[in-house]
Design a protein around this ligand. Sequence first.
Ligand SMILES: [Ca+2]
Ligand SMILES: [Ca+2]
Ligand SMILES: [Ca+2]
Ligand SMILES: [Ca+2]
Length: 305
Amino acid sequence: MKAAGGVLLAGMLLVSALAGCLEGDGDEGLPREIQMEGWYISVTYAGKDNSTRIKVDSDPDVTDTDGDGLTDFEEWRLGTNPRAADTDGDGLTDFEEVRLGTDPSSWVHDHDQDHFNDYHEIRYYESRNISHETILQFLQNEDVDGDGVRDGVDIDPLSDLRIRIRIASLHVTTTDLDPDDILEIQFTVTTDGESLTLPGTPMAIIVGENSSVNLTFDLDLDDQGIPGEYNNSLSVTVIDQDTKLSETKPLDPDGLPSMDIVRITDKGSFSNSQFDIRTDCQTYHLAGPDAVIRFHIEDISIPWS
Ligand SMILES: [Ca+2]
Ligand SMILES: [Ca+2]
Ligand SMILES: [Ca+2]
Ligand SMILES: [Ca+2]
């Protein structure tokens, strides 16, 4: 009887020692009763304006109930949810937020102050198949593609937008001039308010002949805008520099020649106020009242590295 009591006592001591082990070192500061009873925290969930008060609890037999790298005791101290690895649902685990220094209980933070809220920044990069580890680096880099425009106000935060335009040929077809007349032609490209007269012009073009032009030049587009909204403006204008064409046309009310534009479209110039570099880089073959032109636009954007 005495011996059996000793075994029973030893067994009880073992169970109690095991329970102590299971409670875990990291939970030492958090009594079992609190973990089971629970406590209140305030969370501002992703996309919400106001915080929500919720009751949370943790598993007293596990050190880190949600396995996010923060012990239940640490989560109790921080006011995060020990049963949710990402308390505020912004795409960063509580542990990652503690490491970054952002508030794990609220999605309202922009760690690198690039005007791109971390939640939106994460969503944006995820939609472009960027790995989570790389996104963590991007959240600490205000200008990922290094083009001088901060991520949150960059049309394409992952690349510096550039295009190459090659004017292939121009055929002045107007019957207002004699065939074999020579026009001094200048090409002007305007993008986002800035105009560029192409080097190599003016060049002589013979009326009635399909002239090979072969002018290539690169343009750095203005990247400023809303991420993902590709809407640069782009226009190509062909100018008759010695205004021979305008001499054949009625004068403006102020007595000046009405037009020195070689009309390559019905409107005169080629113009696209919503140029989308992803879909509008192609070959253009335009025929206007004065001329037929062929040019090609290529995307030569420089990606982040
Ligand atoms: Ca945890
Ligand atoms: Ca989070
Ligand atoms: Ca940011
Ligand atoms: Ca940028």
